[in-house]
Design a protein around this ligand. Structure first.
Ligand SMILES: *Cc1c(COP(=O)(O)O)cnc(C)c1O
Length: 255
């Protein structure tokens, strides 16, 4: 899977298109939405390392993978290590407790976006504390919220998310909770109004800020993918995770 040769898709052009679209949404969205320019995480799942290097050479630094095994292979790949020294990896898929150590020892791990239980948070905290070489800073994590309430989706219920966030921030000193994340229901029809998953995530953000007397920009919101990152930014998303629009379509079976 990682050995497919160069993409027929123009990755640099895909990336430029997304960056331009982000700029234009920032200009045109309602003025009261004044969150900073969102961080673009390029989702490279199922794409070979050549594609990642191509995006890196076009200026992209943050990359997201949602399968642990792919993150393990790509982050340690000799070409990535040699050619992408400033790459920053985000795990955006479910993390099983028995794979925590495997992930936390990876080079250039930047953020885990999918913490959804105290047990998982405890495990990550303990593993980061024991990591060699000793980490110089706490590991950034997002609490994943299951805003759509679908059984198949990971994530903590919206009602329980603020307390999980609080738990991490009060008790786990090797972790730095920097925000919350949702995947949301697929294929929302925007003619029905604002995406309820985004509305729900922003509500959780407000609750966390209120409970801790924090300004809104202290709690990041990771929402929006290829088909709706523009809509998410209109509502104040601070992290967008975009795959297809940068790298082209993925083979159906591995979606
Ligand atoms: C695959 C994936 C994305 C990106 O999806 P695209 O539609 O290709 O942009 C974003 N977030 C998560 C969690 C994903 O698994």
């Amino acid at each position: 899977m990682l050995r497919r040769t160069m993409a027929e898709f123009d990755i640099a052009a895909g990336l430029q298109h997304v960056l331009k679209r982000i700029e234009s949404v920032l200009q045109s969205r309602p003025q009261e939405i004044n969150t900073p320019k969102p961080l673009l995480v390029a989702v490279s799942k199922t794409k070979p390392v050549e594609c990642i290097i191509e995006a890196y050479n076009a200026g992209q630094r943050h990359f997201g993978e949602n399968y642990v095994q792919e993150l393990v292979e790509k982050s340690q790949h000799p070409d990535i290590l040699a050619q992408c020294p400033d790459i920053k990896w985000h795990l955006i898929g479910h993390l099983q407790s028995n794979k925590i150590n495997k992930v936390l020892k990876l080079p250039n791990l930047y953020m885990i976006q999918t913490v959804d239980s105290e047990k998982l948070a405890n495990g990550i905290d303990a593993a980061w504390a024991k990591r060699q070489p000793e980490p110089t800073e706490p590991l950034r994590v997002l609490v994943q919220v299951n805003t759509s309430g679908e059984d198949v989706k990971s994530g903590v219920d919206a009602s329980a998310a603020p307390s999980l966030y609080q738990y991490i921030s009060d008790n786990l000193k090797h972790l730095k909770p920097v925000g919350i994340m949702t995947i949301g229901a697929y294929g929302f029809d925007y003619s029905n109004g604002p995406n309820p998953d985004f509305v729900a995530l922003l509500q959780v953000q407000r609750e966390i800020c209120k409970a801790n007397s924090l300004p809104a920009d202290a709690v990041q919101v990771s929402m929006g993918m290829s088909n709706d990152y523009d809509r998410a930014i209109e509502m104040g998303s601070t992290i967008v995770r975009v795959g297809t629009a940068i790298f082209g379509h993925r083979p159906k079976a591995s979606e």
